[in-house]
Design a protein around this ligand. Structure first.
Ligand SMILES: [Fe+2]
Length: 288
């Protein structure tokens, strides 16, 4: 499928749900997000199966392995695999994170935030441009959850993301759960972050559930979307109009039926944000 745009609410494609999604013709989902890393690894999932999924559903691609903010050269072998699979499946776009995952000697399976400095803006922007030149299209850059602030910061996170988007001329993936987790963990305003994001570049929204650890919120993708995150989403859509949005639920994975219930809330808000019951604040109040 290769139409130029998608609309409405999607879900992340998770392996235990694949067969049911393919077998049940009554399931109507406008699009699925594919965590492409799962389909690239040696001994990983059958790319032919993903092609079959792409013939039934519209797809977008997402990855966690590019380390766009890292110090090591970009992995063009990784990118070439993503490019080939994306072309094979007709996925609409590809997104990655405003983060890094170690260096040549020390890699971590995590999305570490960058210092919010002009130097870091130029560093990651130059690498985004490299990736975009290679792929022949603009990518989407996602804000990550953070647990501590860097004392070298010169910009707010929102200013940092906006500056990268401008410098690299990329699109954005706004993760509203990540924004909420960060705002609680760092005791800062979610509203000011959301207001700093250039909405004209936001092509997709992520919604997910966090794990309340008491002292902090963990971006665990193991719960339903929290009421405050729904409220912030509703407020954003009310203000800016519908933007393709999806539910990320990776751990303690529910049944497909439960995941589709969560998706339906997002779909209803996208369709009629003023009719869905949730407060109009932007989630500055903690509510787990
Ligand atoms: Fe996300």
């Amino acid at each position: 499928m290769t139409s130029s745009s998608i609309m409405g609410a999607g879900i992340g494609l998770r392996i235990p749900h694949v067969q049911q999604l393919l077998a049940d013709e009554s399931i109507e989902i406008p699009w699925l997000e594919v965590l492409v890393d799962n389909w690239l690894v040696d001994g990983g999932l059958n790319q032919h199966l993903l092609k079959v999924v792409s013939e039934r559903f519209e797809l977008v691609f997402h990855s966690v392995g590019l380390s766009l903010g890292g110090p090591s050269p970009l992995d063009f072998n990784y990118l070439s695999q993503i490019k080939a699979l994306k072309e094979q499946c007709g996925a609409h776009w590809y997104s990655e994170h405003a983060s890094f995952s170690g260096n040549d000697d020390f890699k971590v399976a995590d999305l570490l935030p960058l210092p919010y400095t002009q130097e870091a803006v130029m560093h990651i922007s130059q690498r985004i441009k490299q990736a975009q030149d290679f792929l022949g299209e603009r990518i989407l850059l996602e804000n990550v959850s953070t647990y501590m602030s860097c004392r070298h910061n010169e910009l707010s996170e929102g200013e940092f993301i906006a500056a990268i988007a401008e410098e690299a001329d990329c699109y954005l993936l706004l993760d509203i759960n990540n924004a909420f987790v960060t705002s609680v963990n760092l005791n800062q305003s979610m509203q000011s972050f959301m207001d700093s994001i250039p909405v004209e570049r936001v092509k997709q929204i992520h919604l997910a559930g966090f794990h309340d650890k008491g002292d902090y919120l963990l971006d665990a993708h193991n719960h339903p979307v929290a009421p405050s995150v729904w409220a912030a989403f509703k407020s954003y859509i009310n203000k800016h109009g519908a933007i393709p949005s999806m539910i990320e639920w990776d751990n303690e994975l529910p049944t497909l039926e439960r995941l589709l219930q969560e998706r339906q809330i997002a779909a209803d808000i996208l369709r009629e944000p003023s009719l869905v019951g949730a407060s109009d604040d932007a989630g500055d109040e903690r509510c787990a």
